[in-house]
Design a binder for this molecule. Structure first.
Ligand SMILES: NC(=O)c1ccc[n+]([C@@H]2O[C@H](COP(=O)([O-])OP(=O)(O)OC[C@H]3O[C@@H](n4cnc5c(N)ncnc54)[C@H](O)[C@@H]3O)[C@@H](O)[C@H]2O)c1
Length: 346
């Protein structure tokens, strides 16, 4: 299958591209190369005849039309987005432009292409979204695919809007779509402004490890390669028009996760004092959702997919990867906003 992947130079997109090429799919990676992108994450596929890169912005409709006409993909996996909640608090406009208007442009370009090639039944537009569209949970319960949308940050609201557009294009124009909503991802090649790489790199540099609020916010963590595997499963086997929640069955409060990471680092890279001594509680994110938890029974029961990596195993692999891949993360530390506190609001 020839797959047009948007956002393939990002964290999850690059995992999807690496896995799709390994499974012998042809991949066209469309990415604008924002601050969050890194083509080094794709070094392993860069010379593959199955892989092509197109630098383009999903806000640029003519560029999208040209790429569809040139490559004539059988499927689209749409991951390109502004993805950092804190940045969405500081600058929501870009999130609306990329995540909402950009998705609209991509839907229109995909629809024009699909109509042009005779509306093939097998064509798929797979929209990759987040569990954050469902809002925040109390101490119990889980998000199912039927949980009403209740986004609470500019990021999650822009993703919710894009999900609605995708469903509307399926209903109104018959575009063959599938959707997925996933919990927090972690693993190798994660940009060093997100919680897990921040903890690892600050600990390595003996810098304070910032934890928002009291660290009681709970997330359901999924190893990124498991997510890539789930996405390729949804693309190929998902029922038309259907949504699939994807989760890791790994709920953890932020403070416990940070302590787990410190304990792994104490073992693999011991310092004079325990790394946990660096933990510093800082002002909370405004509107910080308390808890996310995914009920992933639909993808398990209907598509036979489940995560393969436990949280402990995945965290260990991730820490080892950062210890062994300084060449990958070191240049990213000087990128705009990295290492500074974002998203405090006013
Ligand atoms: N990271 C998570 O935990 C998580 C969880 C669930 C869902 N998601 C969703 O998965 C997708 C990928 O997330 P990620 O963490 O890999 O994000 P990321 O920020 O690491 O990567 C996003 C990629 O999109 C590209 N991009 C941004 N704006 C663009 C534009 N206008 N045109 C073309 N390319 C553009 C960037 O250059 C970057 O390579 C997003 O849609 C996100 O909402 C992420």
């Amino acid at each position: 299958m020839k797959i047009l992947v948007t956002g393939g130079a990002g964290f999850i997109g690059s995992a999807v591209v690496r896995q799709a090429v390994a499974e012998r799919h042809e991949v066209v990676n469309l990415d604008a190369l924002t601050y969050a992108a890194n083509l080094e994450s794709l070094a392993v596929v860069a010379v593959s005849p199955l892989y092509t890169f197109e630098k383009a912005d999903i806000r640029d409709r003519p560029a999208l039309d040209r790429i569809f006409a040139t490559h004539r993909p059988d499927a689209v996996m749409h991951l390109a987005a502004e993805s950092h909640v804190d940045r969405s608090i500081d600058g929501p406009g870009l999130f609306i432009e990329t995540n909402v208007t950009g998705t609209f442009n991509l839907l229109e370009a995909a629809r024009a292409h699909w109509q042009d090639v005779g509306r093939p039944e097998g064509f798929r537009f797979h929209h990759i979204s987040t569990d954050e569209v469902y809002g925040s949970l109390g101490p119990t319960g889980k998000f199912t695919e039927d949980t009403p949308y209740d986004p609470r940050s500019p990021y999650s609201a822009s993703k919710a809007a894009s999900d609605h557009l995708v469903r509307a294009w399926a209903e109104t124009y018959g575009l063959p779509v599938v959707l997925s909503n996933c919990s927090n991802n972690y693993g190798p090649f994660h940009f060093p402004e997100k919680l897990i790489p921040v903890v690892i790199l600050n600990a390595l540099h003996s810098q304070p490890i910032p934890v928002y609020g009291a660290g009681r916010n709970v997330r359901d963590w999924l190893y990124v390669e498991d997510h890539a595997d789930a996405l390729l499963t949804v693309l190929q086997d998902g029922a038309l028009g259907r949504s699939y929640n994807i989760g890791g069955n790994n709920e953890r409060a932020n403070i416990d996760l940070v302590r787990d990471l410190c304990a792994i680092l104490d073992r693999l890279r011991p310092d004079a004092a325990p790394h946990g001594d660096l933990i510093t509680f800082v002002a909370d994110r405004p509107g910080h959702d308390l808890r996310y938890a995914i009920d992933a029974s639909r993808i398990r029961d209907e598509l036979g997919w489940q995560p393969s990596v436990t949280l402990q195993e995945g965290l260990e692999r991730t820490v080892r990867w950062y210890l062994e891949n300084e060449d990958w993360w070191r240049p990213l530390l000087s990128r705009d906003g990295v290492g500074t506190r974002l998203g405090i609001g006013s």
